[in-house]
Design a protein around this ligand. Sequence first.
Ligand SMILES: Cc1ncc(COP(=O)(O)O)c(C=O)c1O
Length: 491
Amino acid sequence: MTENGRFTRDKVLTIDTMNPTIKKVDYAVRGPIVQRAVQIEKELREGVKKPFTEVIKANIGDAHAMGQQPITFFRQVLALCCYPELLNDNMFPEDAKNRARRILQACGGSSIGSYTASQGIDCVRQDVARYIERRDDGVTCNPDNIFLTTGASDGIVTILKLLVCGEGTTRTGVLIPIPQYPLYSAALAELAAVQVNYYLNEEKCWSLDLCELERSLEEARKYCNPKVLCVINPGNPTGQVQSRQCIEDVIRFAAKENLFLMADEVYQDNVYADGCQFHSFKKVLFELGPEYSNTVELVSFHSTSKCYMGECGFRGGYMEVINMDPEVKAQLSKLVSVRLCPPVPGQAILDLVVNPPQPGEPSYNTFIKERTATLSGLAEKAKMTEEILNTAPGIRCNPVQGAMYSFPNISLPEKAIKEAKALGQAPDMIYCMKLLEETGICLVPGSGFGQKEGTYHFRMTILPPRDKLKPFQYASQHVTANWPHIPALTN
Ligand SMILES: Cc1ncc(COP(=O)(O)O)c(C=O)c1O
């Protein structure tokens, strides 16, 4: 007891005593701009007058939040799984009911509320394996190599955990593309691994240069033990789709340099540009022949969150591990068992993604219609985003070949750069903050993803409805032109 009759004691957990690696974690996609956007929305609801009436959230790849409609069949099966009484209701098609029964039979006590095997429900893993075989033109897939995950994020972090070890110059280095999806830098910071940057080539539509990979690896060998190479294809935030040749080169490079490959393929159905096609790392690996397919260690990741599904809230996903040392695989099984199992509704949605309605089944036509409408809507918006951005003065945008983002280059006035630096802030952070305050458009500054020194960008999703993308070109011009004259925003 101390003065005023109040109990006090020093806190055990303070900013100085907490785990220092957590303090290094940064995740721009939900950073200060988004926090301010939430505040602005509240102010608008309270009647505060602004030069706009709503916040346009072009910051995050959350398709449903931006109006994308869920696939009816998926939601019907989920509804039936969650409330099996509905199996007696004739508003649901027979194929949805059959799917729900199959999933429920695989659950303990026939309830989606029970734990499942830690690696995921058996029949779902089998369906995933068959999906991969169809996708990869018959390259075989063993369901034992499939681990269901809590979104792709969980799988990526789990594999990184297995890989990181050593001290000082023997600490594990992980090569990641720059610009990158900040899950990677965040996970590496948390695990105290060494982040090794390789820069994508903006002049060549954000493609991956082998020379740059070599440079980055050689450099890293001076200060750490680089043993992992991460690739994101199609790319976030840069929207590029890798050519087959490039994937082949990357695999040969990984084989020669003894690197463990991680292929993030969550946007595998989001390919829009003419002449671009998704090639899985697994398929290319096997096409290179046994010298590669029997040796190169590869883990690839997929998710229910993107593509035409957008079911990110269900947290479904899987990873396929190839050529993993059996003893390590046993450790992986142990590690995932500590967290019991991925969310079962997410596993159920994943099952439907990898095994959708078939021709002749009652839900087939609607499924195809809905999937096609969503994907063609995204393709149209990818084109439109690129066109709008390229007509805005001072903005240069590469074609959005795939995924759900553009990552344009912005020319900022010298004065603006100086002003930002004097404030100790990234110039593109101030640009995005001004744009938000002036127009209600919420973006993520390029500095949150990494970019070449002296260049500035932002990431904008292609998800907002068409009419909401249009005002962008004038908004951007306004912000750049008026930069030095908006004192309230530079505070
Ligand atoms: C490249 C990439 N990988 C992984 C993820 C994580 O997705 P999930 O929702 O499956 O965890 C995202 C999400 O935006 C992403 O863009």
